[in-house]
Design a protein around this ligand. Structure first.
Ligand code: ADP
Ligand code: MG
Length: 575
């Protein structure tokens, strides 16, 4: 957690101010019982009304100072803690944005969300308490003891008995509670996971009649969490009554022995009353400190999870010396590229070499799992390769800046991802300053105009979260429009056309042909009809290129291609 405190730097003035305010508040609180004993012992005993009024007014003033300090300290410490929370959240978010696919695979999306929200809140809460207690608790307990001893050293011997008892009680209860608190965090994670799966998979769950099974799973982790929470709360709830018993017994002891000493004339009544209040202050501050020690381990675990995110260095970084291609063209070249996913035994791509040039269409075809998506994910450098090199416009992608490289590419992923917002906003994601005319133009080419205009608000129709209110094919067409609006040098379509019916597929490809005439086009496809007219068809099998050429050439040279073709066409159609 200490590591996170370096992010408190922008707030150092406010933190210092909180500490000073708490200091004065504690001083005022320590002073009040003494003033009271003055009123009792001097004012009341002598019957001096004006003295009582004078000191009473002063007491009110001191109490007001204490109250003001307390209010300002609370306000400022809350402000500092929420400010730190805000900064940490944006730090974590920025760091996660810079992650490459590797880091996402390592930490997991669900965990990244909990770390950005729940874990940061934990740290935030404990920070408020720490700021208030760091100065307050030692002052109140040590100051209280000093004041109490100064009132009556003999009576202070009571503390020698009480404080160890208190310590045993606190440590006993905290020792039982802390491990349970930690277990609760893990159980909360589990509950979150089960709930998330249940919500996102609700259709599948219904379709397979697994509602009861899911309910059971949820009930089980819910009960698990509840039981632990109840146990923790019973333990923690017992802290207060036990403390009260100890405190009240202490009060009785002080009044008992104090009464004897007052009777003997050793101390005055007012001093005994002040002593009683100091005893309360000491014990209360000890209880607060113990609460802090219960909360710190929990926040510590959260802080570790946050640090893990902040410390993870993205594997893909811009090179020290960035070299960007001078002329805009759109050449893509793979040279003996071998790539394996982290932790995988077999490389997903082996010795892949090919070139794609502007004005050409390069099509990738092959069975599922043959490495087509893997291959095209390497062009925008989502992953770094094991050996070989990938050149875009003659420069190794590892030497270019990622921003520059990706600006050249219009990427349509296999699974279309849309963002909450209007259709026009989603298309403009590709190019922020696209005019209405451009947006409409690309929607027309992507064969999306028909369904867009049939929606009530046209281009201003709102897309629900994850594009839930439009079909898969419609999503794909919007994703295509988004890539088109950039007018990139290189178009990459990952299996974009298989969600479309044959007619739309053909229309779309005809319209695309004109639009992308000067660009490099790389298409991943399932259907032979989609790749037939490509300048170059690359046949993939098990991570290798097993055939390359035009449709006609491949029919005679490539066995795998022939198999794919014959599985989709009848003998007559082939002839
Ligand atoms: P295709 O797009 O041709 O269907 P992919 O390129 O998606 O195939 O997958 C090729 C191989 O790489 C598969 O065996 C798959 O299991 C593996 N693979 C794909 N993505 C990952 C990943 N993120 N981590 C590990 N292995 C992966
Ligand atoms: Mg794929």
């Amino acid at each position: 957690m200490l590591k996170l405190f370096k992010y408190l730097k922008p707030f150092s003035q406010s933190v210092a101010l909180v500490l000073v305010l708490v200091f004065f508040q504690s001083l005022a609180d320590l002073y009040l019982p003494t003033l009271m004993s003055d009123i009792v012992d001097t004012g009341i005993v002598k019957g001096d009304t004006s003295y009582i009024l004078r000191v009473g007014a002063f007491m009110l003033l001191v109490a007001a100072v204490s109250g003001l300090c307390l209010i300002s300290a609370s306000f400022l410490s809350a402000k500092v803690a929420t400010g730190l929370g805000r900064n940490l959240r944006s730090l974590v978010f920025a760091r996660v944005e810079s992650y490459s696919q590797h880091e996402f695979d390592k930490l997991g999306t669900a965990s990244l969300i909990t770390r950005t929200t729940n874990d940061i809140t934990q740290v935030q809460q404990v920070l408020i308490i720490m700021m208030r207690m760091m100065v307050g608790a030692p002052m109140m307990s040590i100051g209280g003891i000093i004041m109490a001893v100064s009132k009556d050293a003999t009576l202070s011997l009571i503390f020698v008995v009480v404080l160890p008892v208190l310590a045993v009680v606190i440590f006993g209860i905290a020792g039982k509670g802390i491990p349970l608190f930690k277990a609760m965090q893990v159980k909360l994670d589990t509950l979150n996971r089960v709930l998330r799966e249940g919500l996102t998979g609700i259709r599948v769950i219904r379709a397979f009649n697994r509602i009861d099974h899911e309910k059971e799973r949820f009930t089980e982790s819910n009960r698990d969490l509840t039981n632990t929470a109840i146990k923790v709360n019973i333990i923690m709830a017992s802290l207060m009554p036990v403390m009260m018993v100890v405190m009240n017994l202490t009060t009785i002891a002080i009044v008992w022995f104090g009464g004897i000493r007052v009777n003997n004339g050793d101390i005055q009544v007012g001093d005994m009353m002040a002593f009683l209040q100091y005893a309360m202050q000491i014990m209360f501050s000890l209880v607060m400190v113990s609460f802090m020690f219960i909360m710190i381990p929990r926040a510590e675990a959260s802080a570790m999870r946050i640090n893990e995110v902040l410390d993870m260095i993205p594997e893909i970084k811009d090179a020290e010396e960035i070299k960007n291609p001078d002329s805009q063209r759109g050449f893509v070249e793979f040279k003996d590229v071998t790539f394996s996913y982290p932790g995988a035994e077999q490389p997903a791509l082996k010795d892949v070499s090919f070139t794609a040039s502007p004005g050409e269409v390069t099509a990738l075809i092959g069975g599922t799992g043959s490495g087509k998506s893997t291959l095209i994910n390497l062009i925008p450098r989502f992953y770094d390769i094991d050996s070989g090199s990938i050149f875009v416009d003659g420069v190794d992608v590892r030497k270019m800046s990622q921003a520059n490289l990706r600006a050249k590419i219009g990427f349509v992923p296999q699974k279309a991802v849309l963002f909450t917002g209007t259709i026009a906003e989603n298309i403009r994601y590709g190019k922020e300053d696209a005019t209405d005319k451009e947006v409409e133009h690309v929607a027309r080419i992507a064969q999306a105009i028909e369904f867009i205009t049939s929606m009530t608000d046209g281009f201003n129709s709102v897309i629900a979260q994850g594009g839930a209110n439009i079909s898969g094919g419609q999503k794909q067409r919007l994703a295509i429009a988004r890539a088109l609006v950039r007018r990139p040098e290189i178009y990459v379509f990952d299996d974009t056309f298989s969600a479309l019916d044959f007619k739309t597929d053909a229309q779309l490809r005809a319209a695309l042909k004109k639009e992308t005439a000067d660009a490099t086009v790389i298409i991943v496809a399932q259907r032979v009809s989609t790749v037939m007219n490509a300048n170059r068809v690359i046949v993939m099998d098990d991570g290798r290129i097993v055939g390359m050429g035009t449709h006609r050439e491949l029919l005679t040279t490539c066995e795998v291609y022939r198999e794919i073709v014959s599985s989709q066409f009848s003998e007559e159609e082939l002839a």
